[in-house]
Design a protein. Structure first.
Length: 189
């Protein structure tokens, strides 16, 4: 399968970025802002944190644009950089995210929970942000991005067993959160 090369205008834009042309960089940033920001939001607790990851990712893009293969889709290359930048941010902030507050631990111990059958993307995104950062990252990489536990273990410098355990705990906590939301909605009716 031959990859489809990007359009001539887009190629010209990327060549401008290769020459460190600020206008080309600004146009590329604006063109892919939404795409990259959606990825960043999945890996961060706040919009500010997501924006910081996004800006770091674009800085890497502009510094490493000379390694981009013009025969491959740019979006795939960019996505990889954004995800890796989010993982780097997680690693650098890891010490801040490994602690659960007492309320989370207490609610995590409840048994027999039923997740909501219907939930919008924005609601689900907000619920995943309640997870401890390492669980959130593991969940996003496995469920949303489609990485294997082996790949996740290598990216996060953890064992495969830890990756599986983090995913299992994240799913359990999500079931608990969703159950609380579901029971709250039922009580409102």
């Amino acid at each position: 399968m031959n990859p489809i090369p990007e359009s001539e205008n887009f190629r010209h834009l990327l060549e401008g970025c290769l020459k460190s042309d600020r206008k080309s960089q600004e146009l590329l940033y604006k063109q892919y802002f939404g795409f990259a920001m959606n990825i960043c939001l999945r890996y961060s607790k706040t919009k500010d944190e997501a924006l910081e990851i996004l800006n770091d990712a674009f800085l890497k893009v502009f510094l490493k644009i000379n390694t981009y293969d013009f025969t491959r889709p740019f979006g795939v290359w960019l996505k990889r950089i954004v995800v890796n930048t989010a993982i780097d941010a997680y690693r650098s902030q890891n010490k801040h995210y490994n602690h659960l507050d007492i309320e989370s631990v207490y609610s995590y111990q409840n048994d027999e929970v039923t997740p909501l059958q219907k939930m919008g993307y924005e609601e689900l995104l907000q619920v995943t942000k309640k997870l401890p950062k390492n669980y959130q990252l593991n969940f996003n990489l496995y469920v949303i991005e489609g990485y294997t536990h082996d790949e996740i273990a290598k990216m996060m410098n953890i064992s495969v067993g830890t990756s599986k355990s983090n995913l299992s705990r994240a799913r359990e906590m999500l079931r608990n959160f969703l159950s609380k939301i579901d029971s709250h909605k039922i009580q409102q009716k």
